[in-house]
Design a protein. Structure first.
Length: 387
């Protein structure tokens, strides 16, 4: 094999393909990154029996061929090369990398022992790449990170006609985003549980093109394999991953609340205030939101060592009637609250409270006196406040 590619294109492609390589592979061959060159260009791929990644880039192919080398080492080398065209030449059991006066020689791995990548399933539909990346980013903040509870580390992807829904929860918070997409079949319907980490990295890396194509392996959309294809820097990217097993908890009903008290305020002001007050919040203690007339007050403390409070102008509405508010204080995990507010893309935020200690629904508002937007909903389980 003998090829010549641009340094930035190669470095980006290698870094992306090597990202899914296991830190501790079950067999040494899975640490390899496969480079294939033919008349259609240069393809780099990786596979760990769970997730596969493949990127095709343009390059000058003088001699077609295929080689397998250490993926992480190649990524480190490609990132360190000077800004000049890169030549890759394989001979027998070695790969030579030449860029300007820099020269590296890597020992190759046996390509014949490398597993075949799974085939990309038939396309289920496509979605605008920027909208998809934004939606995934809003939802994955609520996904769990405990590998002992794998069902909570996924994002439930639900398809119903021209609506694509993304739902995640770690049991203490949940996020739902609905967006329009173009299904391959108007009658498309179903759900699949996709690993949140893979989905997040995929969505962020495929924004160079207009759309991302999603493919599920079965007509029922319930199990097996999911694939994504889109454009990244310098080439077309494909990734497949196995879906998670298990029954995702039924949490959609928590998104439908009849509030007794609602609070509206500026998103940017509240984010800044939460960050300041949370500086003195003791671990596993709530950030307290005191709801008053025309304002909310945020409070936090670390015993007697440090206390903080800050008031923010807000529109408070009592939906139960009468003079007294049904809820006058709520306790939030400060990190969960910051994640929820950071996921909003609106000028104002809307809190819907039902009863003390019950979940709180957070949505966005374009105008302080407008209707809450329903395409993104975030629920946080409130913490118990001391008497």
């Amino acid at each position: 094999m003998k090829i010549r590619v641009e340094r930035d294109v190669l470095a980006d492609a290698v870094a992306w393909a090597a990202r899914s390589l296991p830190n501790r592979p079950s067999v040494p061959i899975l640490a390899g990154l496969r480079i294939s060159a033919d008349g259609d260009g240069v393809t780099l791929s990786s596979f760990d029996y769970e997730t596969s990644a493949k990127v095709t880039i343009s390059g000058q192919v003088d001699e077609p061929g295929e080689v397998l080398v250490s993926g992480r080492l190649l990524a480190d080398i490609a990132r360190s090369l000077p800004s000049k065209p890169v030549s890759l030449i394989s001979e027998a059991t070695r790969l030579e990398i030449v860029c300007g006066s820099a020269r590296f020689t890597l020992q190759t791995l046996p390509v014949a022992d490398y597993p075949s990548l799974p085939e990309m399933p038939a396309a289920t539909g496509s979605v605008e790449s920027e909208a998809f990346a934004k939606a995934v980013g809003q939802v994955v903040v609520a996904a769990g990170r405990d590998e002992l509870l794998p069902v909570f580390t996924g994002v439930r992807v639900e398809i119903e006609g021209e609506t694509l829904s993304l739902l995640a929860t770690d049991r203490y918070r949940m996020a739902l985003k609905e967006l329009a997409w173009s299904p391959a079949s108007p009658q498309a319907s179903g759900a699949a549980l996709v690993p949140a980490r893979v989905l997040n990295e995929t969505a962020k890396s495929m924004t160079s093109g207009d759309r991302v194509t999603m493919s599920l392996s079965t007509p029922g959309l319930g199990d097996g394999l999911v694939g994504f294809e889109g454009d990244g820097q310098g080439g077309t990217r494909q990734i497949t991953t196995r879906l998670l097993d298990g029954d995702f908890p039924k949490v959609r009903h928590l998104m439908q609340v009849q509030p007794s008290v609602t609070v509206r305020c500026s998103t940017t002001e509240l984010i800044a205030s939460v960050k300041r007050v949370a500086l003195v919040a003791e671990r596993n203690t709530p950030l307290r939101m005191i709801i008053g007339d025309g304002q909310i007050n945020l409070e936090a403390a670390t015993g007697d060592q440090a206390q903080a409070s800050e008031a923010i102008e807000a529109t408070v509405e009592n939906h139960q009637g009468g003079g007294d508010l049904a809820i006058t204080a709520a306790g939030f995990n400060p990190h969960y609250l910051q994640d929820a507010l950071g996921a909003l893309d609106t000028a104002h935020v809307h809190f819907a409270f039902t009863a003390p200690g019950k979940p709180c629904l957070i949505t966005g508002l374009d105008e302080i006196d407008g209707e809450p937007l329903g395409d993104y909903r975030h629920v946080i389980m409130l913490m118990r406040l001391p008497n």
